[in-house]
Design a protein around this ligand. Structure first.
Ligand code: ADP
Ligand code: ADP
Length: 225
């Protein structure tokens, strides 16, 4: 069963206005468990729009989104939020960690919000941080961590509730090339270990080449590279 399936996704902004822009024109995508797919798109092509629709943060005008076999159209906001929390993980270009909490706490909090007991959440968070080489950084606040370390904590947070689908928008885009490379390797390791499906947007063709499949968003549609 597909972890994520998009069929015929259409999205137009400012419909009926002079500024109308048809961003997605029938996007189809099937992501199987364990598959890591690169999404390559020039700026303005609609990459964020696509990730937001796949991540249930925005709705399409037409087409369907299925997460782990469950069709999302017509679902209540409450159900969409639950699916987002239980099945999806997000990583952004800027880590968006909570500055007043430690690395460990940043990975623990989403688990507490999902009803996981504190002790279990702590253990899982520590395990995730260990797996990306941050064993000794658990008690640091984000400001005490390097950019690459912050982004690795953000990956751990995205994985905290054991999602089936990881969506990442330029996850290493704000790092220098060498750090980006190292951080990306940590991300791939983490994803490969868990067997979840990942859709990772990047401008970096070398990073894209290290994923299982490369797709380009072009004229509102996805094409294999
Ligand atoms: P990307 O992430 O590939 O840079 P986006 O998905 O952010 O592209 O945007 C695609 C196009 O849609 C851009 O031309 C952008 O200006 C436009 N756009 C994005 N969001 C909105 C919005 N809320 N209202 C109007 N236009 C938008
Ligand atoms: P990088 O080489 O990745 O850019 P930095 O030079 O920013 O890393 O930091 C080097 C190490 O020092 C990092 O492991 C980071 O955790 C630690 N560090 C940086 N700033 C602080 C701070 N204000 N307090 C505690 N540790 C810090």
């Amino acid at each position: 069963e597909a972890a994520l399936r998009l069929s015929g996704i259409e999205k137009t902004y400012n419909r009926g206005l002079a500024s109308e822009i048809r961003v997605l024109r029938g996007v189809d995508l099937t992501l199987m468990p364990g598959e890591i797919v690169a999404l390559v798109a020039p700026s303005g092509a609609g990459k964020s729009t696509l990730l937001h629709i796949a991540g249930l943060l925005d709705s399409a005008d037409a087409g369907s989104v299925e997460i782990c076999g469950e069709p999302m159209q017509g679902r209540s906001d409450r159900r969409r939020t639950a699916v987002r929390r239980d099945r999806l993980g997000f990583v952004y270009q800027f880590h968006h960690l909570l500055p007043e909490f430690t690395a460990l706490e940043n990975v623990v909090l989403p688990q507490l919000a999902n009803g996981v007991a504190r002790r279990e959440a702590d253990a899982r968070a520590q395990g995730l941080l260990d797996s990306v080489g941050l064993a000794g950084r658990a008690a640091h606040r984000p400001a005490e961590l390097s950019g690459g370390e912050q982004q690795r904590v953000a990956f751990c947070r995205a994985m905290a509730n054991d999602p089936q689908v990881l969506l990442a928008d330029e996850p290493t885009g704000n790092l220098d090339p060498e750090t980006s490379d190292r951080v990306f390797a940590a991300l791939l390791g983490l994803v490969r270990d868990t067997g979840l499906a990942a859709l990772i947007a990047t401008h970096n063709l070398e990073l894209a080449a290290r994923m299982d499949r490369q797709l380009r968003l072009d004229a509102g549609q996805l094409r294999a590279i």
